[in-house]
Design a binder for this molecule. Structure first.
Ligand code: ADP
Ligand code: MG
Ligand code: ZN
Length: 476
């Protein structure tokens, strides 16, 4: 039987507000354990949480950017369970009335696009962090993270392959970064994903029994874990068994998932509305205000780059993969108007360089203005496109401008016909056999002569002039 996979993802993204969601403690990462704590986030009796307005605003931004409806009335609930990293004995979250529902984002996999539904987005608080001592039988707990704001984004079971799941995650992260509301760093845990997956006979409309996979801290892990889990479920069915609904942990060392807890052990969280917090009321005016302050979003910007600058979809997609890169492109374009040329140089030499040095565009050693000035030199014919690559590398290494590098290294393109003519004469004199063969009809040898002249001039001769002069002299 042919099976298809069905995948739905739950993503937890930390919001980068200055203070925690229900108290004034700092959210800064990396402080000494238990220094960013207060009676509220430590869950002392008798204290009252107060909602951080920025958390709501950031979540509204995400909701609008993912085409969700924002609820005018939503509510916080208590999710009750015991764990040492949860001092109150419950987590404040949103449950039956979340802030946002019924959105979507568009993803691309290969050459085709697909719309993935977003069921809901809600706000909640993070728990603390347990630190296990490998040498002693003790665990310690750091409550600095307790109360750090999280936004949970739940997708519809709309994805059909690990590649689609990964594309969806990348798109979500790109939007979060674009909106400047979170870091989206999977390795550091500011962007976490639980993956729900089931399989069903191809063509079936019903959902199969799912498992939920946890503990993946990179996009690669998510893809590998899903691949493994889909195969595992297929084998279970092939052997006449049933998939059991359970939570499974991904083990990156073995490349497998293993059962963690089954449905019977699933928590009963006894959710109920948190009596310490007022219902959250968001009026249409506030929604309109947040909407008006949204930046141009990645999809919109991509469409504009194609329409306004005539860029291919591929280029526009890459240039809008981050807001900083899109900005760099337009800054460059403000000084050098050939859009496709700018795009080629960013996608090729610049991104290649940044990749090799593991740098982001903000850390680029060549500014947008400096790159534009280099492209101007090519356009004016001062240097050839080929020499420009060398100039670019030197600019990146030394921080000098294109003009400086060209001057210091004497890289100006030679277009002077007399000078080129003298070199051509030397080359022809040095290769009498080739000249003879050319004149007898082997015109392909022109390329050989061009190559020799370029070599003799260290690549500085204007190739167009070289061609013209060679043709003339070889004809006579
Ligand atoms: P829970 O909160 O118990 O994990 P939800 O119903 O909220 O359960 O679903 C969580 C995620 O699981 C959602 O992203 C949803 O799309 C996905 N999901 C639900 N049923 C299935 C299924 N049969 N196969 C794959 N994914 C599923
Ligand atoms: Mg779940
Ligand atoms: Zn606090």
């Amino acid at each position: 039987m042919q099976f298809e996979a069905v995948i739905g993802l739950e993503v937890h993204a930390q919001l980068k507000t200055k203070s925690k969601i229900f108290c004034g403690c700092s959210t800064a990462f990396g402080a000494a354990p238990n220094t960013h704590v207060c009676p509220v986030c430590l869950g002392m009796p008798g204290v009252l949480p107060v909602l951080n307005k920025k958390v709501v605003e950031y979540t509204m931004r995400m909701a609008l950017a993912t085409n969700c409806n924002i609820a005018n009335h939503s509510r916080f609930a208590r999710k009750n369970y015991f764990y040492p990293d949860l001092p109150k004995g419950y987590q404040i979250s949103q449950y039956e009335l979340p802030i946002a529902t019924a959105g979507y984002i568009d993803i691309e996999v290969g050459a085709s696009g697909k719309r993935i539904g977003i069921t809901r987005i809600h706000m909640e608080e993070d728990a603390g962090k347990l630190i296990h001592d490998s040498r002693r039988p003790v665990s310690m707990v750091d409550f600095n993270r307790t109360g750090v704001p999280l936004m949970e984004i739940v997708s519809e079971p709309d994805m059909r392959s690990p590649q689609e799941a990964s594309a969806y995650l990348r798109k979500l992260r790109a939007i979060i970064r674009w909106l400047d509301i979170g870091d989206g760093n999977m390795e550091e845990g500011s962007f976490r994903c639980d993956a729900n997956v089931s399989i069903r006979p191809r063509g079936s409309k019903e959902l199969g029994t799912r498992t939920e996979i946890k503990n993946m801290n990179s996009f690669r892990h998510v893809e590998h874990a899903l691949l493994y889990e889909i195969e595992r479920q297929k084998e279970v069915l092939a052997e006449g068994g049933h998939v059991i609904q359970e939570t499974r942990l991904w083990n990156p060392d073995t490349g497998r998932t293993a059962a963690m807890r089954g449905k019977e052990e699933a928590h009963d969280y006894r959710y109920f509305p948190d009596p310490d917090l007022l219902p959250l009321v968001i009026d249409d005016q506030w929604i309109a205000l947040v909407k008006s302050q949204l930046p141009e979003l990645p999809d919109q910007r991509k469409a504009r780059f194609m329409a306004q600058y005539g860029l291919p979809e591929y280029d526009a997609g890459i240039l809008t993969s981050s807001r900083q890169l899109a900005e760099y492109f337009e800054q460059c374009l403000a000084k050098h108007s050939k859009a496709k040329q700018v795009s080629n140089w960013i996608m090729g030499p610049l991104l290649g360089l940044l990749n090799s040095q593991d740098k982001t565009i903000e850390q680029s050693p060549v500014s947008a203005e400096a790159l534009a000035a280099l492209l101007d030199l090519i356009q004016k014919g001062t240097i050839s496109g080929k020499i420009a690559k060398t100039v670019f590398e030197e600019m990146a290494a030394s921080g000098k401008t294109a003009t400086q590098v060209v001057k210091e290294k004497g890289l100006e393109q030679v277009s002077d016909s007399d000078a080129i003519g003298r070199t051509v004469d030397q080359v022809l004199a040095a290769h009498p056999d080739e000249v003879e063969r050319y004149r007898q009809g082997q015109v392909k040898l022109l390329g050989f002569f061009v190559g020799q002249v370029m070599k003799a001039t260290a690549g500085k001769a204007n190739p167009k002039t070289v061609n013209e002069i060679l043709r003339q002299k070889l004809a006579s």
